[in-house]
Design a protein around this ligand. Structure first.
Ligand SMILES: [Zn+2]
Length: 260
């Protein structure tokens, strides 16, 4: 099984990162994508990814919540990083009108520039979208035929939004959000609508600790070793066999990020 979204550069993993990875390996996580939110984060993600060839891959990009850090110079500095063999996507990039840490204009500018870079260098896009579906799709749509693949991470949207992503062949990431019977109610109802070819599962660790685990850590910190719990929840809700589902999402991760 493959974790397509781990914030391994987070300070929350500073003290025991190696143990976190060991625990993930021990439960059968066969690879992970380290996600980045800023330029300095991207540099650190590359350094970490290089420590585990064929186990770690990473993204390079500026998250919409950090869109204030975006500038043309950042775009220029980002470019050579994308050529590193461990880099598999540009992101997290996109729009977040829920938090709005940066103005819409700033977010749109950063997003647009990163799409253009992904198109030019033919790299998959790793998207973050919160309360911004329509605006995101209106910017993204014209570029879709020119992008190798697109991944929407941590999907928590509506059925209509989901149908638009599916129609455009966008890969959908599901996190431990689905394990929350209250907040994840809508997602639990929609999970069966996601075609198995487009489904991916991610922990988004250290965030989004899945609910309902027998041995939840007192720290509330999420870890990639909790991926099986999320896969099991998804398998039950979809009526899938857990082992088959694990194999399928690993295959999808390989296809999405062109790992083979
Ligand atoms: Zn995100």
């Amino acid at each position: 099984m493959f974790d397509v979204g781990v914030n391994l550069t987070s300070k929350k993993f500073l003290k025991d990162r190696e143990k976190v990875v060991q625990r993930a390996r021990a439960v059968g996580v066969t690879g992970m994508v380290i996600i980045s939110c800023t330029l300095s984060d991207s540099r650190q993600a590359i350094m970490l990814a290089k420590e585990g060839e064929n186990y770690f891959w990473c993204t390079v990009g500026v998250h919409p919540n950090y869109a204030n850090t975006w500038s043309q110079k950042v775009g220029v500095d980002m470019r050579p990083l994308i050529y590193e063999p461990c880099v598999v996507a540009i992101g997290e990039c996109g729009l977040d009108f829920h938090r709005s840490f940066a103005t819409k204009k700033k977010q749109i500018d950063a997003f647009q520039a990163q799409i253009e870079l992904a198109v030019e260098l033919s790299v998959p896009l790793f998207l973050h979208c919160r309360n911004a579906h329509k605006c995101l799709m209106s910017i993204l749509k014209p570029w879709l035929p020119h992008l190798p693949s697109v991944f929407l991470h941590c999907f928590t949207g509506t059925q209509v939004e989901l149908e638009v992503y599916i129609e455009h062949g966008i890969f959908i990431g599901v996190t431990g959000w689905i394990c929350d019977v209250y907040r994840g109610r809508d997602l639990r109802q929609l999970i069966s609508l996601i075609p198995s070819d487009l489904l991916l599962i991610e922990t988004d660790a250290p965030w989004l600790l899945p609910m309902g685990m027998d041995l939840a850590p007192p720290s509330k910190r999420n870890e990639p070793c909790f991926l099986p719990h999320i896969i099991q929840t998804v398998a039950i809700l979809r009526g899938d066999d857990m082992i088959e589902l694990s194999k399928k999402i690993t295959l999808n991760a390989h296809k999405l990020f062109h790992l083979i």
